[in-house]
Design a protein. Structure first.
Ligand code: NAD
Length: 247
């Protein structure tokens, strides 16, 4: 198998489980060297064991500016360059709108939207002085369809679409591509925070391909978008949802 990301340095946030872990594995299988971060140390260690070469592991809350800045500095000291950034870290605590507090709103926006801004803000200057780079933002079909008990979540994910498009324009002169990946219901812990197994099974029946997605399917798409075949793609959103949303 060709390893199209050989020698590339890739940062993945929220890599301790689920889609972030699968993205780290997919990038590693394509030859990239990984710098993985999360707020959950034991889970991050578990992800590290699945990668082809030992990653740089750092505990980072992406909503905290100083932690993100220190992480990017550490990666540069360790690897000397950054080629790929995947803004994957995200939370979806369910809150009915009529009960949603300002703190509920702020926390989701801080992690899901500001976190991606901070990571891109600290990484892009290093990409701009090198041969360019690739930034992928994990949005969601909730940005397009809305989602129950997730006004904050859908808003944060819709915000990532604006971030993706505007950043793609500003970073194009530096040969940095910026794209968004919008999964539908995917088999990780996140949907289980708010849906029963019966609700997930019933949602699966409404999906044209007849099942919910697998994290490795999202990982494969992200790895492809970071590779040479996607070099002329920027400012776009890629839906991966079994046909559930055709935007
Ligand atoms: P998950 O909850 O299984 O994993 C999220 C990871 O992010 C966890 O390891 C968690 O510790 C980490 N994290 C949480 N807060 C953080 C913070 N402040 N800083 C750094 N890391 C933090 O979720 P997932 O299903 O793997 O989702 C990954 C991404 O894909 C998220 O952005 C999510 O919104 C998006 N997404 C998921 C689905 C789905 O159905 N699973 C659908 C659409 C979009």
């Amino acid at each position: 198998m060709s390893r199209e990301l050989e020698g590339q340095i890739a940062l993945v946030t929220g890599a301790g489980q689920g889609i972030g872990r699968a993205i780290a594995v997919a990038l590693s299988q394509q030859g990239a060297q990984l710098a993985i971060s999360d707020v959950n140390a034991p889970q991050l260690e578990e992800t590290a064991r699945l990668l082809d070469s030992p990653p740089l592991i750092t505990i980072v809350d992406v909503s905290q500016r100083a932690e993100v800045a220190d992480w990017v500095d550490t990666v540069m000291q360790h690897f000397g360059r950054i080629d790929i950034l995947v803004n994957n870290a995200g939370i979806f605590p369910r809150h009915p709108f009529m009960e949603m507090s300002e703190d509920d709103w702020d926390r989701v926006l801080d992690v899901n939207l500001k976190g991606a801004f901070l990571c891109a803000r600290y990484v892009a200057p290093y990409m701009s002085t090198a041969a360019g780079g690739c930034i992928i933002n994990l949005t969601s079909s909730a940005a397009f369809e809305g989602t129950l008990r997730g006004v904050h979540y859908a808003s944060s994910k819709a915000g990532l679409l604006g971030l993706t498009r505007a950043l793609a324009l500003e970073l194009a002169p530096y040969h940095i591509t910026v794209n968004a990946v919008a999964p539908g219901l995917t088999d990780t812990a996140q949907p289980r925070y708010g849906l029963t197994e019966e609700q997930i099974a019933s949602r699966a029946q409404t999906i044209p391909l007849g099942r919910i997605g697998r994290p490795d399917e999202v990982g494969g798409l992200v790895a492809w978008l970071c590779g040479p075949h996607a070099s002329y793609i920027t400012g776009q959103t890629f839906h991966i949802n079994g046909g559930a949303y055709r935007g």
